[in-house]
Design a protein around this ligand. Structure first.
Ligand code: SIN
Length: 511
């Protein structure tokens, strides 16, 4: 394989984090690798919630920071949270300047929504529940117009190219031809998004297969907080994979959760009922289903005929499945939605490897701690894209000598059955409720699949590495905290009130 490209900065991922970083790096030569066509495949485009920012007259960055830290269950990094919440209004302003069209109140000011565990109205939205779509469209238009940015579509980054502890580029496969090329870069930024594909039930696009975490881990990077996976309580359960989302804002506007007996079961579980923290609601629904009940989101009384206009994305998903949420309850189940863990980064988004930065969901910044507050993910992605771009711009590494040729790995063809088995094992045993026996079973499944596929295709290889990291971290936290609930250790234990850090080799995987 001799084909090679050169760039100042390589960015892997074309969601909010990758595109925002690319825009902020101008006039440096930036190459953005996009796994699909630009504008599709990024979870950003599916975000129904919004961007949390203290913009209301009764709000302040301090209050936003305190809500964020409370959700983080003692593991949020206060300094990081303070920076991101302080700068949140500026990030919203930047999107407005790029042309984003956010929802406004009658007086022309931004309309601010409320979501669970936020003590103020501070959610900026677009098109009711189409915020992510509007943001992605805005950023795609801007990068298309930027001369310094080259977009390479249908490009799968398979491996980081390293020289000792320094990242010098990427091995990339062109998904349309199957051929590989080396992309040499002075700086590399991973912004590959989440890991939802690892779970049988997820709200994430199939592209969310933990590629950035897996590549960085194989290159020896330190990972953090891997055990913390957030499940969204109300994915629409109509047999689709991935599952469409019924945004939390629907509960924010008064919709209730009921079982097939018509009981509002959340009222017996938490004072805030449907607006309890996300992990509490997800567990509540999961437990109903475990005893054979069906679970529904009922918006008939509180939202009723206004549903189509207020939540057009969720409405369209319901209608496509033959459900009319104005007059019928919506079947819902919890689904993997967001990963708080990822590649450990410092306050500039630097990883433990020289020449490698990370931002967005693939990184672990410390903002979210053990549980993410709704609508803080787009904010964190923009905030860290900004910090990373500033740091890369100020400290762009010198061009490095690079290996003269790189040999692509030979891999088996796609392995859909192995992926399905892995996803089911992770959902059943390393999902909403975990215990030692279950996690051990999941790890045995991971090892069995790895043995059966000595040359796994790229997707399976990444999923196996991430599964091992998550399951091992879950086993090593014998307590319950935030999104990590261990039925064999159902309480938080102060002895474990700290973030977790690991590497792939610490999990017994040779890279
Ligand atoms: C939602 O709209 O419920 C999801 C928002 C988020 O996950 O931040």
């Amino acid at each position: 394989m001799n084909a090679r490209l050169e760039t100042d900065v390589a960015i892997v991922g074309a969601g909010i984090a990758g595109l925002m970083a690319a825009l902020k790096l101008a006039p440096l030569r930036v190459t953005v690798l996009c796994k699909t066509a630009l504008g599709s495949g990024a979870a950003t485009g599916w975000a129904q919630g919004g961007i949390a920012a203290a913009l209301g007259p009764d709000d302040s960055p301090r209050l936003h920071s305190l809500d964020t830290q409370r959700a983080g269950a003692g593991l949020s990094d206060e300094k990081v949270v303070d920076i991101l919440t302080r700068d949140a209004p500026a990030r919203v302003e930047e999107l407005l300047e790029l042309g984003a069209n956010f929802d406004r109140s009658g007086d022309g000011t931004l309309a601010l929504g409320r979501e669970a565990a936020h003590n103020r109205r501070r959610i900026v939205r677009a098109g009711g529940d189409a915020t992510g779509h509007e943001i992605l469209k805005t950023l795609v238009d801007a990068v298309r117009a930027a001369e310094s940015i080259r977009i390479v579509e249908n490009a799968l980054a398979e491996e980081l190219l390293t020289d000792g502890n320094r990242v010098v580029g990427l091995l990339v496969r062109d998904d349309t031809t199957g051929s590989c090329f080396a992309l040499h870069s002075r700086a590399t930024i991973l912004a590959t998004g989440g890991i939802g594909r690892l779970y049988a039930f997820t709200t994430n696009p199939p592209q969310a297969s933990g590629d950035g975490i897996a590549m960085a881990a194989r290159a020896g990077a330190v990972l953090a907080d891997m055990e913390f996976v957030q499940f969204h309580p109300t994915a629409i359960d109509v047999g689709r994979d991935p599952m469409p989302l019924a945004t939390e804002a629907i509960r924010g506007e008064g919709a209730v959760l009921i079982n097939d007996l018509g009981e509002r079961f959340m009222q017996r579980l938490h004072d805030d009922a449907e607006l309890a923290p996300r992990d509490v609601v997800a567990r509540g629904i999961f437990n109903e289903r475990r005893v054979g009940r069906s679970t529904f989101l009922d918006a008939r009384l509180t939202i009723g005929q206004g549903f189509a206009e207020r939540f057009p994305t969720a409405f369209a998903a319901c209608r496509a499945a033959g459900i009319d949420p104005r007059i019928q309850p919506i079947p819902v189940a919890p689904a993997a939605h967001y990963h708080m863990g990822g590649i450990a980064v410092d306050e500039n988004g630097r990883t433990s490897l020289q020449g490698l930065w990370a931002c967005g969901e693939t990184s672990a910044t410390g903002m979210h701690g053990a549980n993410r507050l709704a609508s803080n993910s787009l904010l964190e992605a923009m905030g860290y894209a900004t910090l990373v771009a500033a740091d890369v711009g100020a400290h762009l590494p010198e061009k490095q000598a690079v290996p003269s040729s790189v040999t692509p790995r030979l891999a088996e063809p796609a392995a859909p059955r192995a992926i399905a088995a892995l996803r089911q094992a992770m959902y059943d045993h390393v999902g909403i409720i975990r215990d030692e026996a279950g996690i051990t079973t999941a790890l045995a499944t991971v090892n069995r699949i790895a043995r059966a596929h000595p040359h796994p295709p790229a997707e399976l290889r990444n999923l196996l590495d991430v599964a091992k990291l998550i399951a091992t971290a879950a086993l090593q936290r014998p307590e319950s905290r935030g999104s990590h609930y261990r039925s064999d250790y159902p309480y938080a234990n102060e002895a474990f009130a700290r973030r977790s850090f690991t590497t792939l080799s610490a999990c017994g995987v040779s890279s």
